[in-house]
Design a protein around this ligand. Structure first.
Ligand code: FAD
Length: 414
């Protein structure tokens, strides 16, 4: 039966939720405090990372912890006060660093990632923005043999779940990406990974598709969620919107909004930065690269060469600290010739991460007609359409993909 549904949050996860619910025949209103797609979904590396299903909470993380906690790597910057304040979240996150969890999460994520990639390709075609899509893979790069050897454990899991990749040596790297400087001894090309040259343009195109089919977008901040005798009232300051069902897809803000209804969502924010640089005069990069040891990603974008940083663990709304992205840019310049910085200040976004590194997709445990779709950590762009399809199946009481239980809100006591 067709329903009136409000989606709160217009990042890539909310936009895909709105679009797929609409395609299933529902009347959908999408509400965002800003233009959709202008928070975390704006500034990511643009990778549909179908092979990135090995979660951060792995046994290997425990070994790396001393180095990570003392901020000796670019991959992670920790605000120690924040860590103390959020110690229960951090300890629970560490409690998932088990081989069995790595395999459980990999199976579930792999299913949702491959489903998502197929849906992204269909939506990109339907939206007429094929020019944004690159099917040239994603290159993981290693400066040392030891770094590559360390990655071999992750590679074994990647292989066991059927993702395709090719390993290259120094000379082959020069042949496939002649623009790179000779600082890398090994590379792993994730063969089937696709990327986009502007995540913001992609979200805009999906929003246009939604609106062209009658979908309504409201630009206003949600300030209250009230369950009524039948359905929901969404308060936006003085304005009110009613609906049969509400989907909460507000990324890093979802935990705060869910707390209005008494839910304690085990979420933290892995903040990250980007800076655009003008490419040099050498051969252009044909795909994003991930320097695993230095901890940055560099993606050719329509806006310039986008260098993105690793993780900053701190309060969601703490003032930005640009040290990590500045170092990332320095390291990126060692690998690729670039001219001036193009942004006045670096951009900052917030990856919403739950203690088991899996998103939360499904019915809110104590409220009929309220649905959760958030917590997509480093993979929100990659997972958004599959998450939306899973959510749609659950709302329609149709058979969901088999991995649904791994993402259910009921896996935690909220
Ligand atoms: C540096 C970096 C690189 C990344 N690279 C990749 C990548 O290559 N591939 C990948 O798959 N993922 C990547 N990610 C992760 C990905 O960007 C996120 O997982 C994804 O954007 C999360 O989407 P979202 O829709 O959940 O949240 P958001 O995009 O943050 O959207 C949430 C929306 O909710 C709205 N909102 C919040 N509160 C309210 C309110 N009260 N009322 C109304 N609206 C509200 C906000 O305005 C916002 O638009 C990266 C992240 C970072 C930081």
């Amino acid at each position: 039966m067709a329903k009136d549904i409000i989606v709160v949050g217009g990042g890539i996860v909310g936009v895909c939720s709105a679009l797929l619910l609409q395609r299933a025949g529902h009347k959908v209103r999408l509400i965002d405090a800003k233009t959709p797609g202008r928070e975390t979904s704006y500034g990511n590396a643009g990778v549909f990372a179908e092979a990135s299903f090995v979660v951060l909470n792995s046994p290997g993380l425990i070994k790396l912890l001393p180095k990570l906690l003392f901020n000796r790597t670019l991959k992670l910057r920790v605000n120690h006060l924040f860590l103390l304040k959020r110690l229960p979240w951090f300890l629970k996150f560490l409690s998932y660093c088990r081989a069995a969890h790595v395999l459980h999460a990999a199976g579930a994520l792999r299913q949702l990632l491959t489903l998502s990639l197929d849906i992204h390709k269909d939506l990109i075609k339907a939206a007429g923005v094929g020019h944004l899509l690159r099917q040239t893979g994603w290159l993981k790069l290693f400066r040392t043999e030891a770094g590559f050897a360390e990655f071999s454990k992750e590679l074994a899991v990647i292989k066991s779940f059927g993702a395709r990749f090719t390993v290259y040596d120094r000379e082959q790297i020069r042949q496939i990406e002649p623009g790179l400087k000779p600082v890398y001894c090994k590379a792993v090309l994730m063969d089937d990974t696709c990327t986009v040259s502007s995540p913001a343009d992609l979200t805009d195109a999906y929003v246009r598709l939604f609106q062209a089919a009658g979908g309504v977008v409201e630009q206003t901040k949600v300030t209250g969620l009230n369950q009524q005798e039948s359905g929901w009232c969404v308060q936006c300051g003085a304005q009110k919107f009613t609906a049969d069902d509400v989907v909460l897809a507000a990324g890093a803000w979802s935990a705060e909004i869910a707390s209005w209804l008494g839910y304690q969502i085990p979420m933290a924010w892995e903040r990250g930065y980007h800076m655009h640089l003008q490419p040099g005069d050498g051969p252009a990069l044909t795909r994003p690269i991930h320097d695993i040891e230095a901890g940055f990603v560099m993606s050719p974008m329509d806006q310039g060469m986008r260098v993105t940083s690793g993780v900053e663990l701190t309060d969601r709304d703490a003032p930005p600290n640009y040290r990590q992205i500045d170092y990332s840019v320095t390291m990126a310049r060692q690998a690729y010739d670039m001219k001036d910085r193009l942004d006045q200040t670096p951009w900052m976004g917030r990856r919403p991460t739950l203690i088991d590194s899996l998103p939360m997709i499904g019915a809110a445990p104590r409220h009929d007609g309220l649905w959760f779709n958030f917590g997509h950590q480093h993979l929100g762009l990659s997972l958004a359409p599959g998450s939306a399809q899973l959510l749609t199946a659950l709302i329609e009481n149709a058979p969901p993909p088999s991995a649904a239980a791994a993402f259910s809100p009921t896996r935690f006591r909220l």
